[in-house]
Design a binder for this molecule. Structure first.
Ligand code: ARG
Length: 467
């Protein structure tokens, strides 16, 4: 490009009329956004083509000028995609970089493109289009992650493991049921993505600087051409609204928080002490000094990315909280937060999907752990209520004494003799041993949404019909 990165202090060609000299070098540095907003080039060109087409359709510019503009913009698109385009910091942002190049390519007709529009509605459009497309990618990525969990849940609908509260053994559950808990979490994330897409499905272009325009534009036409349900309804709100970015970051933060909880379980479960899972070589690393080690680095990094993503949400909320209506340059700080969070989230979901698909489930270890820690104590208490007619609180007390006895004998509840149990409560019969195994325990939890394998299979089928 002719004017490249020239350091001359000539005044800006877009507003040179009012300015005698160009910006100080520091001004240029703090002001320029081209370093990051060049990511919006495709959206900017698409928006400009839709705008120029509408201007010609409405008789605001000639068809001849429109054709030149569209042709020039398509040339610029291929220049950028082939790497031939030279971005200039002096031209501040993607909008002015493209417009200046258009002027070089097609001459004075380029000056008509900015009729009835401002960079304020232009950037709102470009960024919204980008976020919408990113949300569509996120939706697909979450669907793949959910599918990975559904497969593992199906495979392990009968695999018993300890369920935890406070990370202390609570009651036996199935690994399939545990997987389906994540399906619910990521399913909610996916519906947040879908809602966010719906919320932002309005076209900003035509709001102009903030007040709309006197030119007879057709905002419904540009909205339709750009794939929006319709135009936004208030021009002041349109150029000052960044809710679409905040909704993206909120969704990303909640999703990242879910991914981080999963990552934490992977880290804990892959330790030799737990040994519930074995990570594939593809998603772990070794140690340069300790040959025995296999480290869950991918899971740890997913956990860490959550900090960055949550940080981006807080950063943009903080940028926005003090801004009077309508546009302020502060809002230029929206993009890096969203771009960084989007990249981190995409990577984190992809890494997790790979780990979930590849991980080896150590069913023997899970089963052994499921039976330890007196995990069927609630089953004994429930049996006393059902079969011996005790009030639950009394049954709880009797069971507590049985646990204490087992602890004293260093054995499991199921290993106590009938005489041991009858010494605690005379009404206990040998039928009680039927409920003290982990398999019997999980099979009995048939309430809707419970851990019984058949219940879990029903939930898998429900999700499969929706995935
Ligand atoms: N680079 C700017 C941004 O990202 C574009 C809008 C500039 N508008 C303005 N009135 N200076 O927000």
């Amino acid at each position: 490009m002719a004017d490249g990165n020239s350091e001359t202090k000539s005044s800006n060609q877009m507003w040179g009329g009012r300015f005698a000299s160009g910006p100080d070098a520091i001004m240029e540095e703090i002001n320029a956004s081209i370093g990051f907003d060049k990511k919006l080039y495709a959206q900017d060109i698409r928006g400009s083509i839709a705008h120029a087409t509408m201007l010609a359709h409405q008789g605001i510019i000639s068809t001849e000028d429109k054709d030149k503009i569209v042709h020039g913009l398509n040339t610029i698109l291929s220049e950028i995609e082939s790497g031939a385009f030279e971005f200039s910091r002096r031209l501040e942002d993607i909008h002015m970089n493209i417009e200046a190049r258009l002027a070089t390519l097609i001459g004075p007709a380029a000056g008509r493109l900015h009729t009835a529009r401002s960079r304020n509605d232009q950037v709102a459009l470009d960024f919204r289009l980008w976020v919408k497309e990113e949300l569509q990618r996120t939706e697909k990525a979450l669907t793949a992650l959910i599918a990975a969990f559904l497969d593992r849940a199906e495979e392990h609908a009968d695999t018993v493991m300890p369920g935890f509260t406070h990370l202390q053994t609570a009651q036996p559950v199935t690994f399939g049921h545990h997987c389906m808990a994540y399906v619910e979490m990521f399913g909610r994330d996916r519906s947040r993505v879908r809602h966010a897409i719906e919320h932002m499905d309005e076209s900003p272009i035509g709001a102009a600087a903030l007040a709309g325009t006197g030119f007879p534009i057709d905002r419904h036409m540009t909205a339709k051409a750009l794939g929006f349900a319709g135009p936004t309804r208030n021009s002041i709100d349109t150029v000052s609204d960044r809710d679409f970015a905040l909704e993206f970051l909120s969704m990303a933060s909640i999703t990242a928080t879910h991914l981080s909880r999963l990552a934490e379980e992977i880290v804990i479960w892959s330790t030799p002490q737990f040994g519930f899972i074995r990570l594939s070589d593809a998603f772990s690393t070794g140690s340069s000094i300790m040959p025995q080690k296999k480290n869950p680095d991918a899971a740890e990094l997913v956990r860490a990315k959550t900090g960055r993503i949550n940080g981006s949400l807080v950063a943009l909320l903080t940028v926005m909280k003090g801004l009077p209506l309508a546009y302020s340059k502060d809002m230029q700080e929206d993009k890096e937060q969203v771009f960084d969070a989007a990249e981190s989230l995409e990577l984190a979901i992809a890494a997790m999907t790979g780990m979930v698909r590849d991980v080896t489930i150590r069913t023997d270890r899970m089963k052994a752990a499921a039976g330890s820690g007196y995990s069927t104590a609630t089953d004994l208490a429930d049996w006393l209520v059902r079969e011996a007619g005790l009030p639950f609180r009394d049954a709880h007390h009797v069971t507590g004494r049985a646990v204490a006895l087992a602890e004293q004998k260093a054995c499991d509840l199921a290993d106590l003799s009938l005489a041991d149990l009858q010494s605690i409560h005379a009404d206990i019969t040998d039928k009680v041993f039927d409920v003290l195994t982990v398999e019997a325990s999980v099979a009995s939890r048939t309430s809707f949404g419970g851990t019984a394998p058949n219940e879990v299979r029903k939930q898998i089928a429900w999700w499969r019909a929706r995935n």
